[in-house]
Design a protein around this ligand. Structure first.
Ligand SMILES: NC(=O)c1ccc[n+]([C@@H]2O[C@H](COP(=O)([O-])OP(=O)(O)OC[C@H]3O[C@@H](n4cnc5c(N)ncnc54)[C@H](O)[C@@H]3O)[C@@H](O)[C@H]2O)c1
Length: 444
């Protein structure tokens, strides 16, 4: 028997199913913009909110600002007349559903920085009207939606479940991944109450191929953290194995190639120069922080952190040892870093291990340059205020010959690695680009 709902929910469902509902998105970044495009491509009207006027202007002109997103998609979305972006948060009363996609970083003390989520909830509260659905998408600890966000929104005098609806639905966006897009990645949804689940499930089902309902917002928040903690721990494990096997004279890449042939019970992760991005190094600590409130420890998370933050030191040490073999010191040595983005084929340098590597090399007196086809200039980072202002140098024979060593930090696909191998004096390869043994190449 079909579930019956109160009249207000039924009419909202009808508005969603006819795609007349307007979707508001707060935060038009790596998550918010592709989500907006996905809803527009399915026929919805989207009103995007961002504090950054440059993004709003770009979208108004049908232009993009995220390299891996096809500019044609943004131009096409603008042409439909259904994409609007604004810095005017007094318009938050307009959309029927508001999806919050703002950053959730860590503070300097490595605790959840909820200021963006709280700020967004406060702005919504000022304009909240009866019948609106609010969905938090930012990665966060269990309890954020039904404690923190609900509490702020109810300061409006409206009651969740009666006057407005509230859910959590995590993002699984994987920038640069050509096999999966926002529309094809299954979306987990947890409502704070039944009506909120029904409405958010209906909304996402219009735009996304598969929606997976869970029993609560907390379960949805925990599902997202679990996915990223799984990655963080497995990255740490494979990084630890790299160090162990290297000491034994065993090539970890060969081992992984062999282990990966097992058709069940093994999932491949690759070692690297550390962990990066604004998710994997940060999200696990949202759970670790919340777990302390319950008096339970998160040893795997802490250990993964310890192993992964050690990796930049490991690769720098590998360079130092290789130079030592050649009778050289790191001080005064010209080092070219290849890649500063946190992973291949994207332009996002947030939390990239490249920054720690640059800092370590700089302290040891190396003379640094970098080449990254996707990052023209090393951005100023809050946590790395004193790094040198560097711009990407062209990658050619002259550049390679004028450096004493090349360190591969990010293995972007468009880089000509044969050119590098032919003309570099020494290569420290932290990404397994070169598999065959070569006296020039040090696997790190
Ligand atoms: N990028 C990813 O691959 C990814 C994947 C899964 C989950 N997430 C999560 O999604 C959330 C958003 O991440 P992102 O990568 O899109 O971040 P982002 O920095 O790319 O985008 C955030 C956007 O919000 C805007 N913004 C900042 N403060 C604001 C405010 N107070 N009001 C309105 N807009 C504001 C910024 O200008 C920016 O455009 C985070 O919780 C992140 O952990 C990201």
């Amino acid at each position: 028997m079909a579930e019956t709902h109160p009249p207000a929910v039924e009419s909202f469902l009808a508005k969603i199913n006819s795609r007349e509902a307007q979707v508001g998105i707060i935060g038009m970044g790596y998550v918010g913009l592709p989500l907006a495009l996905t809803f527009i491509e399915k026929g919805f009207r989207v009103l995007g909110f961002d504090v950054d006027p440059a993004k709003v202007t770009a979208l108004s002109e049908g232009k993009g600002y995220i390299k891996h997103l096809d500019p044609a998609r943004i131009a096409a979305a603008a042409k439909t007349g259904r994409l609007e972006a604004t810095t005017d948060f007094s318009r938050l009363g307009e959309p029927d559903a508001i999806l919050i996609c703002v950053p959730t970083p860590l503070t300097a003390q490595r605790e959840p920085d909820m200021s963006y989520v709280v700020g967004s909830a406060q702005k919504i509260k000022e304009r909240l009207r009866k019948g609106q659905l609010v969905v938090l998408e930012s990665t966060t600890y269990p309890g954020t939606t039904d404690e923190l966000v609900k509490g702020i929104l109810e300061q409006s005098g409206l009651r969740m479940g009666q006057d407005f609806y509230l859910a959590f639905s995590p993002e699984r966006e994987d920038p640069g991944n050509r096999d999966h897009s926002t529309a094809t990645i299954p979306k987990v949804v947890g409502g704070v109450d039944r009506a909120s689940l029904v409405l958010s499930q209906a909304l996402y089902s219009q735009a996304i191929a598969r929606v997976v309902a869970v029993s609560s917002a907390r379960a949805a928040e925990a599902a997202k953290l679990t996915e990223n903690i799984f990655r963080a721990i497995n990255i740490a494990l494979v990084n630890e194995l790299k160090v162990v096997y290297d000491a034994m004279g065993i090539d970890v890449w060969e081992v992984l190639d062999a282990a990966s042939t097992k058709p069940f019970g093994f999932m491949r992760f690759n070692p690297g120069p550390g962990w990066g991005g604004h998710c994997i190094p940060l999200d696990p600590f949202y759970l670790a922080w919340k777990a302390r409130e319950y008096g339970v420890s998160t040893k795997f998370i802490e250990l993964a952190g310890e192993v992964n933050v050690e990796m930049p030191h490991y690769v720098v040490n590998k360079l130092q040892l290789a130079l030592n073999e050649r009778g050289k010191a790191l001080k005064g040595t010209k080092v070219l870093l290849l890649g500063v983005a946190y992973k291949k084929d994207i332009d996002d340098p947030r939390e990239s291990p490249a920054f720690e590597i640059i800092e370590l090399l700089r302290k040891l007196g190396a003379v640094l340059s970098f080449h990254d086809p996707h990052v023209p200039k090393l951005p100023r980072m809050r946590t790395w205020p004193h790094l040198p202002e560097l711009s990407s140098v062209p990658l050619n024979e002259d550049t390679l010959k004028s450096h004493d060593a090349v360190m591969i930090v990010t293995d972007h696909s468009v880089v000509d690695y044969d050119l590098v191998l032919n003309h570099a004096a020494l290569i420290v390869d932290a990404r397994g680009v070169y598999r065959a043994a070569n006296p020039k190449v040090v696997k790190a």
